[in-house]
Design a protein around this ligand. Sequence first.
Ligand SMILES: Nc1ncnc2c1ncn2[C@@H]1O[C@H](COP(=O)(O)OP(=O)(O)OP(=O)(O)O)[C@@H](O)[C@H]1O
Ligand SMILES: [Mg+2]
Length: 568
Amino acid sequence: MSAQTPKGNLPVVLLKDGASETKGREAQKNNIAAGKIIADIVRSSLGPRGMDKMLVDSLGDVTITNDGATILKEIDVQHPAAKMLVEISKTTDNEVGDGTTSAVVLAGALLENAESLITQDVHPTVIVDGYKKAAKKAKQYLSEIGENITPNDKNILKKIAKTSMQTKLVRKDSDSLSDLVVNSIVSVAVKDGEKFNVDIDDVKVEKKTGGSIKDSTLVKGIVLDKEVVHSGMPKKTNEAKIALINTALEISKTETDAKININNPQQMKSFLDEENKMLKNMVDKVIGSGATVVLCQKGIDDMAQHYLSKAGIMAVRRVKESDMTKLAKATGARIVTNLDDLFEKDLGSSENVEERKIEEDRWVFVEGCRHPKSVTLLLRAGSQRVVDEVERSVHDSIMVVRDVMEFPSIVAGGGSPETYAATKIRNWSKSLEGREQLAAEKFAESLESIPLTLSENAGMDPIDTLTSLRSKQNKGEKWTGIDVMKGRVTNMKSSDIIEPLAVKNQIVSAATEAACMIIRIDDVIATAKSAGPPPGAEGGMPPGMGGMGGMPPGMGGMGGMPDMGGMM
Ligand SMILES: Nc1ncnc2c1ncn2[C@@H]1O[C@H](COP(=O)(O)OP(=O)(O)OP(=O)(O)O)[C@@H](O)[C@H]1O
Ligand SMILES: [Mg+2]
């Protein structure tokens, strides 16, 4: 890459050969276009009437989902600006769990509206300032309508869990699943003064094909995808006393290299006898503690298995470290590293420990723990793809229940809070001087992309619906939204469609941040790659921007989606 000196003499070489640069309007147009394409991909999956996507990876594995973050993760986007939208869906997923599609749809609308402002000669920094001020206001207006709830009110928590499942494949089973989710989160929540803290890692989610979604259960304890080590051991133990051991019940190898010369069979026998004695000694310590179940993070020697089974003790080996921590929380046991430290007080308890056959596998259930601070959701469904989507939906649901337990404030769904904030921002924007006012107005319009998309996806007339929604909200009916299942504009709270305020705040923050970041870019410099530009990279990029491409022509320079072209 080179630039001419003012007099047009020698070019100044800044970047390696093959590097490229797009500047000004061209760069802005490119980035905004890429962002809009990403938003278009997920838009049709928003809301209960949204469609699902079938994603096929390079190995031919199929994922069917409606979850925004999953869709964008699977399509492996390469365009740098488009990646920012993928990132906000990921962050939203990590932070609040739900609202990943909404965040991207809102960011797409903000970009689209910014583009129209740029063509009207509004400077990008003015747009960014206007957007940021409007976003701050939006959050203020949202908290105005946020209603405080009692964090452990299971009735409300269930409605919230259910709302997040309304938009997923599991909608029909949302009643039973939301009960499981709420009971699991309430069980692991820890009260800290007036507040609750929830670590979602304390809810272990196991999935297994077979049966139907209705067969999913909440196990008050931990399910281990392991078998009992020895066939002679009991397969079920009631009123179990559980020892958690993270050392091997084996003879450990010496650290130094040593050689033992054995000259006759007698010596060999006494050598083995000594080993057995050591193992017996270990098992005796376990027996001495009164344990009836041993869950060991490391291996258990055959001989030790034999002694344990003779003593009627059930044992499982090579339990994952993460499961050991959960088992400790569920059963109240202390994880013991040195067998000399194993006493009765270190044991945990549960109503029973049982090995059961789940389809073709044998799993060990540690269940009926009295005050479990760690539980397992065992999800079932007829096929792998369905059980995968059930897991994703349950994840969203777990997260929203956690959100409101930690930050107990709710708003209605169905585009109601977005329309409320939009109306308020329109009024407030009039107080702004200069062109920021235009940006704030566009921000309000962008917020309405949520109700607009919900109604579009439901086959309702978007304009009629939106105008009716606006007019009702103007009359002060702040809980009014679009119930797309009933096909009308109505009070969403009485339809039990409620969501955490935290999710709405996250959507506004994440979308604004990403859109502003993209709008501010006026120069894209791509350093040279060793390989030449991929074919067709000219699609959305100016010549020479190939390093970022990899798309078939016409995909706006978003790379890595060759198979998706005809699908969306
Ligand atoms: N019965 C309903 N009528 C109207 N809107 C609804 C209804 N149930 C849920 N919604 C709305 O659907 C939107 C959520 O849709 P969806 O779950 O598809 O996307 P998301 O939550 O933004 O992202 P994701 O769930 O993929 O992380 C919310 O605005 C919610 O208020
Ligand atoms: Mg959702």
